[in-house]
Design a binder for this molecule. Sequence first.
Ligand SMILES: [Zn+2]
Length: 243
Amino acid sequence: MDQIYVPDPLKSETDAWLKGLLVRSEGWVGNFSRHCDDPSTFKIEIEFFESDDFDAYAAVEGGVDVIRISLGLVFILRDLFDRILSHPDTLTFLGGTALENDRTNYPADQKSIDLAAAMQRGRIYKPKDASRVALADYLFSCAFDFVLSHELFHLFFGHVDYLKLKTGFHVLSELNPIISGLTNLDRHTLERDADRNAVFNTMARVVGDYRGQYGSSITMHSRRRFSASVLLLMPLPFLPSAR
Ligand SMILES: [Zn+2]
C-alpha cells in the first residue's frame, strides 16, 4: 500500500501547488453531485499517493468512495506539456518561440521520473513565453481532469461495485488490474466506458472555455490556441492510466 501524500503548503511552493490542485479537484468532482438522486449523500475523497509510477485508482473503502492519483502521474503530465511548449520547434504559431531554448528531445520511453528530484527542481522545462506558459498550465489541468473524471466514472457508473461483486476486490487499479474474476471483455468495457465519458467531459470543457473566453471576439491567436489544445489532448485516452 502506497503512502498517502499530505501536502504542507507552508513547506514548499510545490506543496502549496499540490494542495491547491487537491482543493480544485474536490470542487470539480463535487459538481457531479447535481447528477445524483440525493446530492447530500455524494462524497468522494481525493488523495495523492507517493509513487513515481503513472498510476491512479478508484476504490470503495469502508463505504466511502475514494480516488487516488500518484504524484508520478501529476509530475509526468506537467513535465510533458512543459517540454512540448518550451521547445522552439513545436507549435511555432503560438506565442514567441524566439524566447524558448533548443535542447534534447523528449524521451518517449520515459515511464517514470525521480519524484524527489522532480519536486525539488520544480519545472525545469517551463516555457518562457507567457502565452505558452499559460497554455502548458491549461493543458495540464485538462489532462489531469481527464484522469480525474476517468476515475470518477469508474465510481459513478458502478464499475467498482461490479468489480467487488465479481471478484471480492474493492480497488480498481489502472496499473495493477485484478487479473482473476474479470474477463478481458469486462475489463475492456469498463475502461472504454470510463474513457468515453472522460473524453467527452474534457473536450466539452475545452470547447466551453473557448466560447466563454473569446465569445464574439475570436482572434487568430485564440483560434490557434484552441486548435493546439484539441490536437495535444487527442491522445488522452491512450495514457497508461486509461488502458
Ligand atoms: Zn480505468
